[in-house]
Write a protein that binds this ligand. Structure first.
Ligand SMILES: [Zn+2]
Ligand SMILES: [Zn+2]
Length: 388
């Protein structure tokens, strides 16, 4: 698929100021953020696309290259500290991280999870240590767990600082032979548009210009080793599929003493045998018998973690939906809870005793073929009940 123009994606003019670009991106990112559009692949793609465009246009050097050469001028230029492979491997977690780095998530949302938001602090100066990779884990929750909030323990394989060399990769130091101590690599490449010089951080010394002379044999000079850790994640009540919780500093540590990336916990939802979820509301079906529907009364209905009584008014039709206020899921980041919507189905017995048969026959004689009110679909009724 042809890549869209970055200016077009952000909806800004070619001569837009940095501020205009930032504002345009922020607006799009908030609109298409996966948290606001759970499970919506199109929104996710738009979020990624906008973030990619922003990553290029906010950087004056990359923007100049893009203006001059188009996508070919910036392809393969990550722009992400610890990411390799540039935008080829630009995935959702990269985009989420870029968004959080510059905007700190949704303000309150991120604080809510106790995260430090954008304050990842990029190291400046000559020694650019490479930040470790982010890791993504998925946690599947039942509706009961979502309702109450839950603490989950997950096993995670990640790189930790090598204990033997304390992340240094070894002892002693000598000039890096790959970059001759400059810490940078210059790559000249010929493109359709002419010669281009690409300056990258030397991957051998991580930009420091020197390497250890005695490599640590525990980590082969990497300064980090793989380990399995158990992470404890507190998940607040009311989350939904597509929400994510960043755990700062629990991802891979970087090579040779680089700071650790994050773990991004993606929330997934298990399907429930009784309830369907619709935002903060829960939908359940309950069968009642004909006499109860006709005469009215009380019925016991399932609610999350228990049962509740529901009053059935006389003359209740099959398919009627009752709203039980506050019996749904707690609202995240605010007060109160959603509702439970109970759809009542009038049950027709499959087998009848002689006495029941007799009574029903009598009823049939009295009623004849009288039926009132054509049946409407479930969704018409649902719409009517919840007013959308
Ligand atoms: Zn080591
Ligand atoms: Zn080097």
């Amino acid at each position: 698929m042809a890549k869209r123009d970055y200016y077009e994606i952000l909806g800004v003019a070619k001569d837009a100021t940095e501020d205009q670009i930032k504002k345009a991106y922020r607006k799009l990112a908030l609109k298409y953020h996966p948290d606001k559009n759970p499970g919506n692949k199109e929104a996710e793609d738009k979020f990624k696309e906008a973030t990619e465009a922003y990553e290029i246009l906010k950087d004056s050097q990359k923007r100049a290259q893009y203006d001059q050469f188009g996508h070919a001028g910036v392809s393969g230029q990550g722009g992400f500290g610890g990411f390799e492979g540039g935008f080829g491997g630009f995935d959702l977690s990269d985009a989420l991280r870029a968004f959080m780095r510059d905007f700190g998530g949704f303000g309150g949302f991120d604080d809510f999870f106790g995260g430090a938001g954008a304050q990842q602090g990029r190291r400046r100066g000559r020694t650019r240590v490479e930040r470790g990779e982010d890791l993504q884990v998925k946690v599947s929750l039942s509706l009961e767990e979502i309702a109450s909030g839950v603490e989950k323990k997950i096993k995670l394989k990640h790189f930790v600082r090598c204990p033997k060399c304390d992340g240094k990769g070894g002892s002693g130091s000598r000039q890096c032979p790959q970059c001759d101590g400059t810490g940078e690599l210059r790559r000249v490449s010929r493109t359709l548009f002419g010669q281009m010089v690409n300056i990258t951080t030397c991957n051998m010394c991580g930009g420091s210009g020197s390497i250890v002379s005695d490599k640590c044999n525990e980590c082969d000079g990497e300064g980090r080793v793989k380990e399995t850790s158990t992470l404890s994640i507190k998940i607040p009540p009311g989350v939904s599929a597509g929400n994510y919780i960043p755990i700062h500093g629990s991802g891979n540590v970087g090579r040779r003493g680089g700071p650790a990336g994050d773990v991004i916990v993606l929330i997934d939802e298990k399907s429930h045998p009784v309830f369907q979820r619709r935002g903060d509301d829960l939908i359940a079906e309950v069968a009642i018998n004909f006499p109860l529907a006709a005469l009215g009364g009380e019925v016991e209905v399932p609610i999350l973690n228990g049962k509740a009584k529901l009053r059935i008014p006389p003359g209740t039709q099959s398919g009627k939906i009752f709203r039980m206020r506050g019996k749904g899921l707690p609202r995240i980041n605010s007060y109160g809870a959603g509702d439970e919507l109970v759809r009542v189905i009038v049950w027709v017995p499959e087998k009848l005793s002689a006495e029941e048969k007799e009574l029903l026959k009598k009823l049939a004689e009295i009623q004849g073929e009288k039926v009132a009110g054509a049946d409407r679909s479930f969704f018409d009724k649902l719409r009517e009940t919840i007013g959308v």
